[in-house]
Ligand binder design. Structure first.
Ligand code: PLP
Length: 347
């Protein structure tokens, strides 16, 4: 069995009231005020399955994405969508293609279902290398995973290049596009391709800009024929989403002010952090997300010891070559504390 990385184990080790959580790209401001009210209300109806709520949520998601409900499948976080697509792809054995580094917390499942991983390094500027990914596809490749914007690097690819990539890759395999962070950009989603392309699955989440990571709500956008195939891999209709969480997601879609506010605050805190880190000779990759990828090659101190000393939870080294790491963009005051922690002049 391929080893499953566990973010949970790490969080258990590092809990604490004053902990500054800059590890998992959560929204530091959420859930939205409207979602909180809806969650409270639905606690009282949690004795019922409440089937009506799910079609209502699917409807709202479809409208938001200019699709009809047949194009949407709910899941407990986008992770359930990644799992379902993995199960579907693994009906035939062979290989799958993904970037290195990219978001990895699902691919061990695919390996354990019997598919061999083919990793494709990013470009020098830390973007998904689309031509190299196309070249890496083998006759036995069943799935190609693309995270756009990419986690951990925060980079995006141009829309027309993505469209070409999907057209080509989907002639040979399932294409799974993870748009967990697209709401932090002004980029167009690839959802307009799903009506024509039956081999494309797009994963989206309420965990990031909507601030519902712990509520576990995500969804797939795909052609209705593909949605039907995915739903055959899912025992519980509409996924493992509680009534309380479904109500929160529905309310969040209506709370546009909250989403706008998060977007703006994230941009401000991100610009501030990148500026300050670069003053400290820590080069950063321009980010389109709520996290920043940076290199510690010039940093003379033990960065991770500095974080620990200031009760800040960051991540680890992703690429040994160049000592690349990632930090989540929290509130501006959290980011000021991060800068204070790593600025030796301040110590
Ligand atoms: N995809 C990406 C790129 C992520 O970064 C994450 C979480 O950090 C997920 C998917 C999973 O999120 P969730 O299952 O909470 O929707």
């Amino acid at each position: 069995f391929a080893e499953k990385p566990s973010p949970y184990a790490f969080h258990k080790l590092s809990s604490g009231e004053n902990l500054i959580r800059l590890r998992s790209n959560e929204n530091p401001y959420g859930p939205s005020p409207m979602a909180r009210v809806a969650m409270n209300e639905h606690v009282n109806t949690s004795n019922r399955y409440n089937w009506d709520l799910y079609p209502e949520l699917i409807d709202a998601i479809a409208r938001k994405n200019n699709l009809t409900p047949g194009y949407i499948l709910l899941g407990a976080g986008s992770t359930e969508v990644l799992d379902l697509t993995s199960r579907l792809a693994a009906l035939n054995k062979g290989s799958f293609v993904m970037s290195l580094p990219t978001y990895p917390f699902w691919s061990a499942t695919l390996e354990n279902l019997g598919l061999k991983k083919i990793s494709v390094p990013l470009t020098a500027d830390k973007k998904n290398d689309l031509p190299a990914m196309l070249n890496a596809i083998q006759p036995d490749t069943q799935l190609v995973y693309l995270c756009n914007p990419n986690n951990p690097t925060g980079t995006i690819c141009k829309h027309d290049e993505l469209v070409h990539f999907i057209q080509e890759a989907s002639k040979k395999a399932w294409v799974l596009v993870d748009e967990a962070y697209i709401d932090f950009t002004s980029e167009q989603s690839l959802s307009h391709l799903v009506s024509e392309n039956k081999k494309l699955v797009i994963a989206r989440t309420f965990s990031k800009i909507y601030g519902l990571a712990g509520a576990r709500v995500g969804y797939a956008m795909a052609n209705p024929d593909t949605i039907e195939l995915l739903s055959r891999m899912q025992s519980w209709p509409n996924g493992g989403i509680s009534v309380v969480s479904a109500a929160a997601a529905l309310a969040s879609l209506k709370d546009e002010a909250f989403v706008k506010q998060t977007y703006t605050l994230n941009q401000e805190a991100r610009s501030f952090t990148i500026e300050q880190m670069e003053l400290l000779h820590i080069p950063c990759i321009p980010s389109h997300t709520n996290f920043i990828y940076f290199s510690l090659v010039n940093h003379q101190q033990d960065f991770f010891a500095q974080l620990k000393q200031h009760n800040i939870l960051g991540t680890d080294i992703y690429e040994k070559q160049g000592k690349w790491s990632r930090i989540t963009v929290g509130t501006i005051s959290e980011m000021q504390k991060l800068i204070n922690a790593i600025d030796t002049a301040h110590a």
